[in-house]
Design a protein around this ligand. Structure first.
Ligand SMILES: Cc1cc2nc3c(=O)[nH]c(=O)nc-3n(C[C@H](O)[C@H](O)[C@H](O)COP(=O)(O)OP(=O)(O)OC[C@H]3O[C@@H](n4cnc5c(N)ncnc54)[C@H](O)[C@@H]3O)c2cc1C
Length: 514
């Protein structure tokens, strides 16, 4: 594979890996009791997936329509996603979920043909975008199938059309975040979609998993901006989105957004774009506690004006962030850090910013200036590299997220913390809406049985009235709590749609649909 590949056993560009300074490793050892893992990680060249289970006839037929790879390295690199359990498993050399082949189509028609072949030869198909799923969305249950293929969409990577009048762009699914931004910038536009996985995740993955970016207050979630979709299914092509809003029955785009490859393969996405902002400014605010900070965020998002970035760390996350930047214990206490960002045209930004600053001060915030904001913006994509380094020294680090109405945020927050006793758990409000917000938790601990702890947190989230996911999706990990969330009739509706679009069940079996 010639292009730069994401690390096979960690996050991102291997050249950007940043080992922890010895001081921090010692702190983790002495303070948290973190011990090195007993078994060191295996080397890529020592991992041997089982022999491909695909028949020679199936492989031959696939090779007639797309590039097909069956070498060990390609298969290992398409094994599962990037959750912490995924990374720990692959570091142990466990590739029991490796695809039997990696198939790289370069057109909608080729995708349709692969789906026909899957039905004919009884193999399963896992659409593969950036491979950054953290919910088991790339590890199908292939029981009863003659193997499965990873359908890597990287060759579908074009900017198909730009409509500058309507401010929309049609993009192919395999484009990753940075390349999509590069292509749109040539026309003066941006998606404004910057999830932490931006550098590697793909347009198709953003739509399929209802992704939400760090600037969602200003630009909206990815799914909110999608106006059109083309989907290849085993029973034909779906073309959705004649215009942005319509009263022509239920909006079937909503059936595809969040469908995680279980109903079809998204082969193009038409999405709202905005002019590239002329100015970007980020600043930090301190609130005395999480409740006061939450109320300030709610006030802003409900009554406006709305900044582009709006997030608030709880006391624990603030303390850890300050410890990392060496700013701990400054005058005024630590409290809770909010990051507030503004992007756009200079005059409009100045006016909006001035009013937001007034409101934040009225709501009990202390202005920390641009330092913390710029620091956040500069390091916004670095955290996943830190996770790798923490895993390297033996710590367990994982994230989870949920959402509820504002009135229920305190209960949900308490419920998640109570479900993870004895561990370092940090939280921030990551996305805000007029009626609701999302809570994003990071767990750092020397040792945890995640197979026990995660279902306990899921149960606590549902019992406290939260949704099982705000933006990571369902995958296989959240399938059971998702079934509980939507109820038996909801499950039957999903199964009926799946049966109509994918009667042989070849698409992502076991993902999403209970
Ligand atoms: C370090 C890290 C940080 C993250 N930060 C964020 C964040 O800030 N916000 C956020 O929303 N998410 C985040 N995620 C989760 C993940 O990046 C998102 O879910 C993203 O949308 C997945 O995109 P992808 O291209 O990697 O999809 P993949 O992981 O390749 O696929 C995800 C699911 O969608 C299916 N799929 C992929 N492409 C298609 C297609 N074209 N058609 C049909 N189905 C398809 C796959 O089969 C799979 O089930 C993060 C993940 C990591 C590891």
């Amino acid at each position: 594979m010639s292009e730069t590949e994401i690390s096979w056993s960690g996050w991102g560009d291997p050249a950007k890996a940043a080992p922890l300074p010895e001081k921090i490793t010692a702190l983790l050892r002495d303070l948290l009791g973190v011990k090195p893992r007993e078994v060191p990680p295996v080397a890529l060249e020592d991992i041997a997936p089982r022999p491909s289970r695909l028949s020679t006839a199936a492989l031959q037929a696939l090779a007639d329509v797309a590039v097909v790879r069956t070498d060990a390295e390609s298969r290992v690199r398409h094994t599962r996603g990037k959750s912490t359990p995924d990374l720990l498993a692959i570091r142990r050399g466990d590739v029991s979920d490796a695809p039997d082949a990696v198939v790289l189509p370069d057109s909608h028609e080729a995708v349709l043909r692969v789906l026909e072949l899957a039905t004919e030869h009884r193999f399963a198909v896992v659409p593969f975008g950036g491979g950054t799923s953290v919910v088991g969305g790339l590890a199908p249950d292939d029981t009863g199938f003659a193997g499965f293929v990873a359908l890597d969409l990287r060759h579908l990577d074009g900017l198909v059309a730009v409509d500058p009048v309507s401010r929309t762009a049609t993009l192919e699914p395999g484009l990753r975040g940075p390349r999509a931004e590069e292509l749109l910038a040539e026309h003066g536009f941006t998606l404004g979609h910057f999830p932490q996985s931006f550098e590697w995740a793909s347009i198709g993955g953003f739509a399929a998993a209802r992704s939400s970016g760090q600037s969602s207050a200003g630009y909206g979630r990815f799914d909110e901006n999608v106006v059109g979709l083309t989907v290849a299914t085993p029973t034909g092509t779906l073309t959705l989105g004649r215009t942005q809003k319509s009263a022509a029955g239920p909006d079937l785009r909503q059936l595809v957004l969040g469908s995680e490859g279980a109903f079809g393969v998204i082969t193009s996405v038409t999405v709202r774009v905005r002019p590239v902002p002329e100015v970007k400014v980020y600043e930090g605010w301190r609130f005395p506690d999480f409740a006061t900070g939450s109320a300030a965020l709610r006030r802003i998002i409900q009554d406006g004006p709305v900044p582009t970035v709006l997030r608030l760390s709880d006391e624990t996350e603030t303390l850890v962030n300050l410890a990392q930047s060496g700013a701990i214990g400054e005058e005024g206490g630590n409290g809770c850090l909010a990051i507030v960002g503004f992007e756009g045209e200079p005059r409009e930004v100045a006016e909006r910013r001035a009013r937001v600053r007034e409101i934040l001060a009225e709501q009990g915030g202390t202005d920390l200036g641009e330092g913390p904001g710029e620091g956040w913006a500069h390091g916004r994509f670095a955290a996943p590299y830190l996770r790798d380094s923490l895993l390297d020294v033996g710590a367990f680090v994982e994230t989870l997220e949920t959402t509820t109405f504002w009135s229920n945020i305190p209960e949900l927050y308490k419920a998640v913390l109570a479900a993870l006793p004895g561990h370092l758990v940090m939280c921030h409000i990551s996305h805000v809406y007029p009626s609701a917000a999302s809570l994003y938790f990071t767990i750092v601990t020397p040792d945890i049985d995640w197979d026990v702890a995660k279902p306990a947190v899921n149960a606590a989230i549902l019992a406290a009235g939260g949704s099982i996911s705000h933006h990571h999706g369902v995958g296989t990990d959240h399938r059971a709590p998702y079934a509980e969330e939507i109820g038996p009739l909801g499950v039957e509706i999903l199964r009926a749609v799946k049966a109509r679009l994918d009667p042989a069940g070849v698409l992502n079996p076991g993902v999403l649909v209970p």
